[in-house]
Design a protein around this ligand. Structure first.
Ligand SMILES: Cc1ncc(COP(=O)(O)O)c(C=O)c1O
Length: 384
């Protein structure tokens, strides 16, 4: 099946006005996602409270998210953020035994470091895998730090600062050989690439819906491998985490037999409407197709930048790159602002301007960005 990317692109109105290279912060809004928000409002106006439909929406998000990750709905908790998912998982771990170590990397988004450091009061020992001189983190560096005292390796799939992709399958192999479990923070990858939780063999995966999954803020997910769910009892809980929500039992905590035990309170209803619509687009288009398209566009962007003498810090190797191209600048904030004046929407972290690319971007978007960068090179290029 050939995908008509031009037709898909027309479903995201902001693309007519902006060169939108910012999906790693927040996706462009699709027509059907906007309709979904409107449908929620209609529901509120027409019915008031429509709980049966709303719980159905939450379950639809769970089912769709399971399809994206290629797992079963029972293995998915629908959360309110990636942080909420990590916290729920952390609350189910025991750091009083011999496995106190949590191995994270220098590439982590803050939340996936801060939450693990927060477990230090409960006995956790957090170890950071450093980046090598070339800016990447090779498997050998993980091999040096994952050992028989490691309980969890909690790592990002794609680094939010430089766009580098870690070898999650390789890290998982290593960790499992040494008896440790693996949680992948796939937020900067999922929706723009195929993230097959079974193929990667990870035990846990977290992310959210506002970036490449085309949804909105305020909704995320935690995947928990089926064989582990019943072994883990989160102390971070609530009524929607119970096996029988309607029982309203205040005498005990009876967690759901599914990954729903990692949820807490009332689902984020309006966000479920939007997330369902966003996930639908991802599933209809197909993550393999999206990944190929994104690879072509990021490669074009990297080659274009190299050709103007301003190479990205993101690895050129397709296997080591996600949907982000990060470009070093002596004044990333200033460069971001100048690009914005030209209607080119990027973002910046540290000393890098980030072009984050989705399937709805075009070759013309990439070329416009590269041409603008050529004009800014003298003033904003990296420090000599
Ligand atoms: C890789 C990564 N992990 C985690 C987060 C934080 O997610 P949340 O705000 O849903 O907790 C982000 C947000 O940008 C991210 O890029």
């Amino acid at each position: 099946m050939t995908i008509d990317f031009e037709a898909l692109r027309r479903r995201f109105p902001v693309l007519e006005r902006k060169t939108y290279l910012n999906s790693g912060s927040y996706c462009a809004l699709a027509d059907t996602v906007r309709d979904a928000f409107d449908a929620y409002m209609e529901d509120r106006l027409a019915v008031g409270a429509n709980w049966d439909v709303w719980i159905g929406k939450n379950e639809a998000v769970r089912a769709a998210m399971a399809r994206v990750l290629r797992v079963t709905p029972d293995e998915i908790a629908v959360t309110t953020s990636a942080s909420a998912g990590i916290n729920a998982l952390a609350s189910a771990l025991d750091f009083t035994g011999p496995r106190k170590k949590v191995v994270i990397s220098d590439f982590e988004f803050p939340t996936n470091a801060q939450i693990w450091h927060a477990q230090e009061v409960l006995g956790a020992q957090v170890v950071h895998v450093p980046r090598a001189a070339d800016g990447y983190i090779p498997l050998e560096s993980f091999a040096r730090l994952i050992d028989d005292r490691t309980q969890l390796v909690a790592v990002t799939q794609v680094c939010y600062r430089n766009g580098a992709r870690l070898d999650i399958a390789g890290i998982t192999r290593l960790a499992h050989e040494r008896g440790a479990r693996v949680m992948v923070d796939c937020y900067q990858a999922i929706g723009a690439m195929t993230v097959d939780a079974r193929a990667l063999d990870v035990d846990f995966a977290v992310g959210g819906m506002l970036k490449y999954l085309l949804g909105t803020a305020g909704i995320g997910f935690l995947y928990v491998r089926s064989g582990l769910i019943r072994q883990l009892v989160p102390s971070n809980s609530g009524w929607f985490a119970q096996q029988d929500i309607a029982a309203m039992d205040i005498t005990a905590n009876r967690p759901s037999r599914s990954a729903r035990r990692f949820e807490a309170g009332t689902p984020p209803v309006v966000n479920c409407y939007a997330a369902e619509a966003g996930l639908q687009i991802i599933l209809e288009t197909g993550t393999d197709v999206i990944e190929s398209r994104v690879r072509v566009l990021t490669r074009r962007c990297m080659e274009g930048l190299a050709a103007i003498g301003w190479p990205a810090v993101t690895p050129m190797d397709d296997a080591r790159r996600g949907p982000m191209v990060a470009v070093p600048s002596r004044d990333a904030a200033g460069l971001y602002a100048r690009l914005l004046e030209q209607d080119i929407v990027t973002s910046f972290r540290d000393n890098n301007v980030r072009a984050t690319i989705h399937f709805y971007n075009s070759e013309a978007d990439v070329d416009r960005f590269v041409a603008a960068m050529a004009g800014h090179r003298a003033r904003f290029g990296p420090q000599a």
